[in-house]
Design a protein. Sequence first.
Lengths: 526, 137
Amino acid sequence: MSGALATLAMALPTADDVVAPGSGSFDVLIPLPVIVPLVAAALSIVAAGHRPTQRVIGLGALLTVVVGNIVLLARVDDAPDGIAASQGGGWKAPLGISLVVDRFAAIMLVVSSLMLISVLVYAIGQQAEERRFAAFHPVYLVLAAGVSASFVTGDLFNLFVAFEMMLVASYVLLTLGGRAGQVRSGMSYVVISLIASTFFITALALIYSATGTVNMAELSERIPELPSGVRTGFSLLLIVVFGIKAGLFPLFFWLPDSYPTAPNAVTAIFAGLLTKVGVYAIIRTQLLLFPDDARQGTLLLIIAGLTMVTGVLGALANDDLQRILSFHIISHIGYMIFGLALFTLAGIAGAIFYVVHHIIVKTALFLVAGLIERKAGSDRLSRIGGMVRSAPMIAVLFAFPALSIAGLPPFSGFVAKFALVDAGVLVEQWPIVAVSLVVSLLTMYVMGRIWSNVFWGTCEDEAVAERLAPGRTSVPLLMTGATVAVVVASLAMMVFAGPMYDLAERAAADLLVPQIYVRHVLGASS
Amino acid sequence: MSVLLAFAAAALFGTGTFLLLQRRLSRIIIGIGLIGHGSNILLLTSGSGRGLPPIIGSADPTDFADPLPQALALTSIVITFGVTAFLFALGYRSWKITHDDVVEDDVEDRYIARRVDQLVDEGEAAARLNELAEDPE
């Protein structure tokens, strides 16, 4: 505690602590993905009565963010350190609001903003929740801001605020409509998330009292000075906090229960982004804050294996398309944690590549599931059949991401899994390599099961068969268009797998040397 | 003072956890509220304790109270407040739909559980048939 006071006395502002506003070319682009959606959300509330205006605001804001993020990624990748920092509020770090974008954060920003805009187009095409509720657009934009803020923040407390922004928006989106099932699963989702948030606050309180700071760069310098038991405790506490959000074993149970009840488009964005924000936070905090001896390599490997297995078994046991895919998210979170848990360059590069691959492919699968449900009027495997004849377009759109997620060459899933397995073999972690390969086979089986039930065979359910008859139901063009865009993005990732993997490797190399991050944020003062 | 606050936080966490484990929504919400208070107290005590108001120029900086935990606690109180209000709205909605505030089971889980029961029943029935077939009386 006296440490905290000393920091305070030291940290009292003097004239040279104030940063001249607008210095540096990155200043505008870094806070952009947070500020633009928030301002747009406010405008969207004003335009609540007029849906076309809301659509223009939402799409315009997200388009701006996409362009800004791509420019930011290009610039960060070109910068000598591969990192850009900005101090909000005009105070130098650690007093100001540190916003930091390194290669990893920039990659995540680009991918997430691309998914956000595609899903928004899909939601508009769906003519469902988006049309019925004036709250959809503002809340969706707040979600976008929250996701971006979790990527750019350089401060542990602001990470909490960003998470809350994202979660509060997700509570509303999940329960939009207020049907009985939504209220029930929404309740457990909110309660679980709140418990995780309280843990987060508790962890923050403990970390602050031990180190006297919540700035991540400063924490990176001070945590290694703590006794090793305390460090390990903090490391575990943060894994639990983010593990709940990421859906790690055994903290995943809320996920397959709550995601499927949300509107289709919303489930797609939740599946694609929310869990991955948790994974991002685990990767960021483990690598930046903790020195080698406080990292939980073995524990994380065991958790990764169990997460993979339980997820895929859950996917096998279910009959409802949305639930199968939801369980399946959990299984794949295991792969990302597997990559991290090796704590090697190849492992982390593989994990980053896997995260990007999974965001795109999983979003695509959920969007296709939405198309199937729209076309067939049901998402139960036992009721649907023969869609390869009645809806060949949907079949093609399903086939690409399904083969990719199962890890078949030449799709991006193969590259991602190959990178991870290769990294595992390099450090001779045979058990986890074996588990990941078996789970990969089971994934193939899960996708095959969906394929043979939904697309092959005949439809025995009369109501569904009638809907599937030629010319009976049509899927809105915008929905198909958005899905095509996401599927094309996943194919692009296959074509550009080489450069993408190189980028992931550069990002991983930065992550393994936290000193670069620290030096860049704290500047000359440290 | 700090010890007292630590006990207060512990008591709040304890009662909150107990309430969370109940099946009534209203109790769960109150439990969440209590745990939230507990963590906020923890946040407050993470600072340096008592001190003078931290206004530059009013006193010697070393006598100041640490303002950061207070700012953090304030932020977290606001967030908890908002989310609790949302939870109450959700609870009210649930009460309007079901006229009860007991948290229900997951429909799909029950569906899977029923399937297992069914398989067990079928297994037993098959075993019984086999027994009958072997035993012609």
